[in-house]
Design a protein around this ligand. Sequence first.
Ligand code: FAD
Length: 548
Amino acid sequence: MNDFSYSKRPELIKELQEDHFDLIIIGGGITGAGIALDAASRGIKTALVEKHDFASGTSSKSTKLIHGGLRYLKQFHIKMVADVGKERRIVHKLAPHLVLPEKMLLPVLKNGSMGMFSISIGLKLYDFLAGVKGDDRRRMLGKRSTLKEEPLLPPERTKGSGLYAEYRTDDARLTIEIIKTAYQYGAACINYMEAKDFLYENGRVSGIKCYDVFSNNSFNVKGKHIINAAGPWVDEMRALNKSKKGKQLFITKGVHLVVPKEKLPVHHSIYFEVQDGRMLFLIPRDQVTYIGTTDTPYDGNKDVLEVGKEDATYLIEAVNEMFPNIKLNLEDIESSWSGLRPLIYEEGKSASEISRKDEIFISSTGLISMAGGKLTGYRKMAEKVVDKIAKKLSKSAGKQYPKCLTLRIPLNGNDFKGSREVAVYIEKISKVLAAHMIPEKYAPYLVHNYGKQTDRILKALDSFSDNDPEFRLLNSELSFCINAEMVCEPLDFLERRTGRLYFWIGTVEKYKKEILTTFKEKFAWSDDQFENQERILTEAIDRSRQFN
Ligand code: FAD
């Protein structure tokens, strides 16, 4: 396997400078990643540049669900719900270790806006549109069964519930595995490389001017077609191209809070209605439960996002109101994140009413911009836009490109035949961990993050001599992520490759100095670089639990 590591950077830069690409993608979030894999697997010569780390934009800040979007049914976005709903099972098959079936409980409450009948019909339609079959189909539960499923619900308000199928994932891991798979197909994907401007020939875009964040060098990359998949920054790129006309982005912010499982010990993922009529998720993961999300218009700094006190308090109060025995307060929050939705503006609609449908804009100079959409629909979004490119390339090159192939391309780490095999593999990994004195709780963590690549991480354990087994595991993981996942900086590893900053923040604090020291050695940092990275990491930890 061709490793995807920082040591490959000079080679990648040479390729970017010297080759002429069929397609250049700006943005390494899920949209750009999906397009890169679709295009490269069809034989289209593809480059992808990401100005920060892969998935550092919205694609590491979502609710991390692969879902059809039940609430969009209420708004009659029937086709979108059907399309995205069907994708859930496909994405699960492409990465069964990373896209996990998750039953969602939707309580029917006294004084709620939805009754048993409307929820029953709504969920039935939801299943029907997505083609959900067998045991996965929704079940309606009476009051007693609901309280048995979720004893934390208030008996006096609970009338019953609907239990239905969704999937849970890690958005940033999904993005990096797609990028790695695209790289295996020959796509030149690089992080910390910003598209600063466009190149033009005869009035058409013919490339981009890139800026290498690490070396401060700039160079040109030539390409026949350019896709702007810059998420919340799509309009900035359109402005550079002087094509920010007509439809524009409407950015909304959504925040999530993480609390220890013992503070909010829900048995299930729960989707519940709050007093103001909005819907919130509670999702148990590893040793925590996370709560989300808000949806408010945003026009601040897109590069540094904070969770405001007002948003945090709103979510905490909503949980306390739903579960009177749970008395959360701001001090209980272990971590948090905030993400921006790149939605397409619709006159007269509020943040939560705006459609999550994806759209493509093509400028007069040929720049293709793609925005809107959902994490869940990344594969279909990619297919739609790559079909267009393949058609154009076929015309100009007289060569036929195949139809979309990604339906049958398992993502990196997936050597499983389905969920059952994943469960068996977790058991096997638990035993290996026990033999190394590493707590077994790391088995699902490792397998859900890395799939079969866990073998490689565990094989390297013995090369680390530290007495602390958890630290040996962390080091082995870090070594894998540097060698095979293009980790360049501590937060690439701690936030986006492992999710530790959100879900295992205690380990980040405990091993912070040691991790920084390992980076210093591996990347030959100067003392100044060390101090700078220490500051960045400390600020990220502080930001995740300070609310202003
Ligand atoms: P991004 O992930 O933001 O990627 C764009 C990338 O472009 C960024 O990494 C950025 O650094 C890069 N970039 C920008 N400018 C340049 C440049 N000049 N040069 C190079 N690179 C550049 N969807 C679901 O399906 N399920 C969910 O549960 C879900 N929950 C959500 C919850 C919240 C709070 C939010 C905000 C969104 C949620 N979504 C969900 C939607 C989903 O997360 C987004 O649709 C998706 O992540 C957008 O991906 P993207 O690649 O378009 O944008």
